[in-house]
Design a protein around this ligand. Structure first.
Ligand SMILES: Nc1nc2c(ncn2[C@@H]2O[C@H](COP(=O)(O)OP(=O)(O)OP(=O)(O)O)[C@@H](O)[C@H]2O)c(=O)[nH]1
Ligand SMILES: [Mg+2]
Length: 314
């Protein structure tokens, strides 16, 4: 089995719950022989909303189907699947789903998000991917000094994956840790430095101020840094994730999203709402709790994993 089919299978497995809401009922919803009618369309609408696709998206798809049906262009429910896939597959900006790397010297990736979304685990995944699939030297930085367990959690991952870590004691200044990490990354000729941050401080304002401070420190140490500010969102929170993204984006300038916990949620449709409502590309998806449970996000593959069958439009 090649790498591609392996990743498709993993994605398919992870998206099972969302796929069930959207179309298990490939047998009952898009079944050949079922006539399109108002009941069919409202059933489809209800499921797509339940998968957290977002009202605008759902309206657009359902209106498109209704128009074609009224014009007599489609009659059978099975004819809708291709149109749905085409609609979902359209309008993905191609430009910048790839990780932005520094032309020379260390690339700095700052990772942010509210508590528990999956930041530290996503950093382990990224470190694993960059080290093993992209053959990069990776260092992680424990700038979440707020919780005692945070530094330890990152240290354990760093050791397991076999990457360097820069850490201070709990309660240390997170920006000072980042400063040291930048110096160390330069001195050791590290390709990629990934910075873990706290998800919760005494107030949201404090958190944003701290993140800004870390960002400013790394910007002064390494040209062009941070090259990426990745926001980790928890897919199980559905539409709430959008509000978080807007806040972080205003405060610290997010360049990409890691959508974690797509496994085990029926709200994977939120990825389409993110596309519609934010101008921030989803760069990676998290599909489980081990470092290997990560994939770069590709809309065509994602839609295929959701609905199976023929390819969606690029
Ligand atoms: N199923 C699943 N669980 C995940 C995924 N990513 C993270 N988790 C789990 O979510 C929980 C929180 O993950 P962390 O990586 O510690 O989250 P965090 O954002 O660093 O949390 P704080 O540091 O407390 O803000 C852990 O139990 C992880 O194993 C994922 O893609 N799928
Ligand atoms: Mg953490």
């Amino acid at each position: 089995m090649g790498f591609f089919s392996k990743t498709i299978d993993k994605l398919k497995g992870a998206l099972k719950k969302t796929a069930t809401v959207l179309s298990t009922d490939v047998r009952t919803l898009f079944v050949p022989g079922r006539q399109i009618d108002d009941q069919f369309l409202s059933e489809l609408e209800e499921r797509f909303l339940r998968a957290d696709m977002g009202i605008q998206n759902v309206d657009r798809i359902v209106n498109e189907l209704r128009d074609r049906w009224r014009l007599g262009k489609i009659k059978d429910a099975s004819e809708c699947l291709g149109i749905v896939k085409e609609q979902l597959g359209a309008n993905w900006p191609k430009q910048d789903r790839e990780l932005r790397l520094a032309p020379s010297g260390p690339t700095v990736i700052l990772v942010a998000g509210i508590n528990g979304t999956g930041k530290t685990t996503s950093i382990a995944k990224l470190a694993w991917l960059l080290k093993n699939e992209m053959k990069k030297s990776v260092m992680v930085c424990a700038s979440d000094t707020f919780r005692a367990a945070a530094v330890e959690q990152l240290s354990i991952w760093a050791q397991r994956i076999g990457v360097d870590i820069v850490k201070h004691k709990m309660g240390a200044d997170p920006a000072a840790v980042a400063y040291d990490a930048c110096e160390s990354a330069k001195a050791r000729g590290i390709d990629i430095l990934i910075i873990d941050t706290a998800g919760r401080l005494h107030t949201q304002e404090n958190l944003m101020r701290e993140l800004t401070k870390i960002r400013d420190v790394v910007a002064r140490r390494i040209p062009g840094a941070p090259h990426e500010v990745l926001l980790v969102l928890d897919a199980t929170t559905g539409q709430n994730a959008l509000a978080q993204a807007k806040n972080f984006s205003l405060a610290i300038g997010v360049t990409g999203i890691v959508l974690a916990k797509l496994d085990g949620t029926a709200k994977g449709g939120v990825i389409f709402a993110i596309r519609d409502q934010l101008s921030i590309p989803v760069k990676f998806v998290g599909l489980g709790e081990t470092p290997q449970d990560i994939e770069t996000f590709d809309p065509v593959r994602f839609i295929d994993a959701l609905f199976g069958g023929e390819k969606a439009a690029a």
